[in-house]
Ligand binder design. Structure first.
Ligand code: GDP
Ligand code: MG
Length: 292
């Protein structure tokens, strides 16, 4: 867990060895809790990526914080990830208060050390140590993998013995259609700026597995006509780029040929619309399907 942009999703991807969670330089990219599964010959670690800890300000962000709250249930170790290259601020204080409610070992991960000179790390460690009695502290780089093997060993030392939860070839708990929607959203975030990335939601309308390929139809929702125009771009250029990049990523992750069809719709204020926000919660969608 940690503030938006601390590097949570990057760390999960690095440790799992493939992309299970989308990453962007914009805060609040992750909207659901996602499990990434690290499989080794001698162990399996289930990593739970979460939305960044922040003060909720609309229906969507309240749901994101509910997701973070859910993630605390039944975990053996909580790891608080902080950006060691950034100044300590109110958001760090807030996320520290937030994780304190966890009754178990809390690790402190000082991330992005590839950007920090060693002599600046010590004061950061001291500051945090004065605020909470962390079980362990690890300087790491989620990007380069520096410090990660020692972290994994320390996690393993705290995990109970148990049969594996997942088959050894499974790397995430997300259904394929959700992963596809996320990859489309990632490309759309990367292709746009300012308020547009936060206003994008992607829903897969159909996901058909044919003999030779998977046919995916998805709709990108934005909140305003202007945002729709930005997403589509001059002569449809931006949309075309998003589609091509997303298709390539989905193909490499699902290991299948993909036929991707994308639509853009305006849904004014969808982040305040609990019906649409609920549709983005795939845990809830799956429960509903199972109950039908
Ligand atoms: P999250 O919001 O906590 O999930 O953060 P992300 O994983 O989406 O990362 C946010 C940004 O920080 C992205 O641009 C990442 O590439 C970058 N980032 C994450 N970890 C590191 C790191 O160890 N070093 C550096 N230099 N950048 C990182
Ligand atoms: Mg994230």
């Amino acid at each position: 867990m940690g503030r938006p942009n601390a590097g949570k999703s990057t760390l999960v991807n690095t440790l799992v060895g493939r992309k299970v969670a989308i990453v962007s330089p914009r805060p609040q990219t992750t909207r659901n809790r996602i499990q990434g599964i690290l499989n080794r010959d001698d162990a399996q670690i289930v990593l739970i990526d979460t939305p960044g800890i922040h003060q909720p300000h609309n229906v969507l962000s309240r749901q994101m914080m509910d997701e973070a709250q859910h993630a605390l249930e039944g975990v053996d170790v909580l790891s608080l990830i902080v950006d060691a290259s950034a100044e300590f601020g109110a958001g760090d204080q807030f996320s520290l208060e937030w994780v304190r409610r966890f009754h178990g070992p809390i690790f402190l991960l000082l991330n992005k050390v590839d950007r920090v000179r060693k002599q600046f790390l010590l004061p950061v460690i001291e500051r945090y140590a004065g605020l909470y009695d962390f079980a362990e502290v690890f300087p790491i780089s989620a990007l380069t993998g520096e410090g990660c093997p020692a972290l994994v060993d320390a996690w393993l030392a705290r995990l109970p013995e148990s049969p594996p939860y997942f088959p050894p070839d499974q790397f995430t708990d997300q259904p394929e259609r959700f992963l596809a929607a996320e990859l489309i959203r990632e490309k759309a975030i990367l292709a746009t700026r300012e308020e547009v990335p936060h206003a994008i939601a992607v829903l897969v309308d159909s996901f058909e597995e044919k003999k030779e390929l998977v046919k995916i139809r998805a709709t990108l929702y934005v909140e305003r006509e202007g945002q729709k125009g930005i997403l589509i771009g001059k002569g449809g250029e931006t949309m075309k780029k998003i589609g091509t990049q997303a298709r390539k990523d989905i193909e490499s992750i699902l290991g299948a040929h993909i036929f991707l069809e994308l639509f853009v719709k305006v849904q004014p204020n969808w982040r305040q619309n609990s019906v649409l926000v609920r549709q983005l919660d795939w845990h809830r969608q799956l429960e509903q399907l199972a109950g039908e």
